[in-house]
Design a binder for this molecule. Structure first.
Ligand code: PMT
Length: 405
């Protein structure tokens, strides 16, 4: 997902830096557009460095004002079509007036007219400017047009006055953007503990037993849960993926380390999703030295701790979801695990199928609960993650209803 962040000229312009980070933490790309006045408060380079994208500072690139380049001239259309939402924070009285009257005098106001994406504005200004009938009437026009206004907070203002006009907390602005993107905040208040990736069991200093898990399924769940408002504790085996910034990550290698991390974090969690492909066996003894090539050898293995089983014994009120990687009797085997490991649901994938499951961007699963089976035909892991979280929300509602009775 990508949003355009319009920064206008106010003392709160520097706060946009933190907004960029919060959005990126949720996997959202940010294209910053600055008005001329905003550039008096913060240098575009700051936002370019933070967003990793070129910052748009005017209709034409520097030096092009006299002989405009056609690419620059139509850039606002390209940006307008590529974004999923437009956020303006801080939004001055001036930009609100331009938006309300449809006056396009620079890149940001032109982008506003050219985009069909949802628009969120977070005003910040002097209290008298905020209360002025002109500003209030412009806000009313924007509200009626479906623009989401994140009302400013009360307090001491940079101009020395006290009252309404402070840019509201960044978290509230980000929540409004997520809502505008259609991301419901139905996991807000929950702490979701997710395991992802493989575990590695050491054979000697250079070799280990592992499996083909890339971590993509677990990381998709982590990102989706964050976007839906949850705090995410991610316990990850070795992967090459970058975790979503807002996830609190614990990196582990072996099953024993994953077990210790999960059990230690369990009391903080209200929901546990065990996506990790945990090694079921490990060498009984790991060699301290590299094993030499001397013909055939036998490696004696022992079972690793069953983390899910231990969770089931230690859990209090948590909702626990397991994953199952099966190659035969897929539904029957998964149902057995659901009961044996005392889970609330199990997500089963047939890992013998080509192109889905391990080390792929796609998956096809059945989500099995005690009373239903929801089939998710082949789709992206992102979609699967959303559907698993829908089921989590459903289980939580069921549980609340049961507690009330
Ligand atoms: O990482 P990707 O490349 O995106 O691939 C995703 C996936 C295929 C790894 C994922 O969709 C998946 O199926 N994860 C579960 C893999 C697995 O270990 O399944 P299992 O049937 O062997 O184990 C069942 C459950 O018990 C799992 O939740 C597992 O985390 C847990 N388990 C297993 C063994 C063990 N010692 N302790 C456990 O807690």
């Amino acid at each position: 997902m990508k949003i355009a962040l319009g920064v206008t000229g106010g003392i709160a312009a520097y706060k946009a830096a933190e907004i960029i980070r919060l959005l990126q933490d949720r996997g959202i790309r940010v294209q910053v557009v600055m008005t001329r006045a905003a550039q008096e408060f913060v240098r575009p380079l700051t936002f370019a460095a933070l967003s990793g994208e070129k910052v748009i500072t005017g209709m034409f690139a520097p030096g092009e004002e006299q002989s405009p380049n056609i690419d620059s001239a139509i850039e606002h259309i390209a940006v307008a079509q590529s974004i999923d939402a437009l956020l303006v924070a801080p939004a001055t009285a001036d930009v609100l007036a331009h938006f309300a009257q449809g006056i396009a005098t620079d890149f940001l106001t032109t982008l506003y007219l050219a985009t069909t994406a949802p628009v969120v504005v977070a005003p910040a200004m002097n209290v008298n400017m905020w209360n002025h009938p002109a500003t209030q009437s412009n806000l009313e026009i924007l509200r009626k047009r479906g623009i989401q206004i994140v009302e400013p907070g009360q307090g001491y203002l940079a101009c020395g006055m006290t009252g309404a006009g402070r840019l509201v907390e960044n978290e509230k602005i980000v929540a409004a953007v997520l809502a505008a993107l259609g991301t419901s905040q139905d996991l807000s208040g929950e702490t979701v503990l997710i395991t992802a990736g493989p575990t590695r069991e050491k054979i000697d200093p250079v070799r280990y037993l592992t499996n083909r898990s890339s971590g993509r399924m677990g990381y998709a769940l982590a990102e989706a849960a964050l976007r839906r408002g949850a705090r995410v504790l991610l316990v990850s085996g070795p992967t090459s993926l970058t975790p979503p910034g807002a996830a609190e990550i614990t990196r582990v290698e072996s099953t024993e380390q994953m077990r210790d991390a999960v059990l230690q974090l369990l009391p903080q969690a209200s929901i546990v999703i065990k996506t990790a492909a945990v090694a079921d066996y490990r060498p009984k003894v790991a060699s301290g030295q590299k094993i030499k090539h001397k013909g055939a050898m036998t490696l004696e293995l022992e079972a690793t701790p069953d983390i899910l089983q231990e969770l089931a014994l230690r859990k209090s009120s948590q909702i626990i979801i397991g994953f199952a990687a099966e190659t035969e009797n897929v539904l029957e085997n998964a149902r057995e695990k659901l009961v044996a490991k005392n889970l609330d649901a199990i997500v089963v994938n047939d890992v013998s199928r080509e192109g889905v499951g391990f080390d792929s961007d796609r998956n096809a699963v059945n989500i099995i609960t005690r009373d239903e089976v929801v089939t998710i035909p082949e789709t992206t892991k992102w979609d699967v993650a959303q559907r698993v979280l829908d089921q989590v929300v459903h289980l939580r509602q069921q549980r609340k209803a049961t507690v009330k009775i």
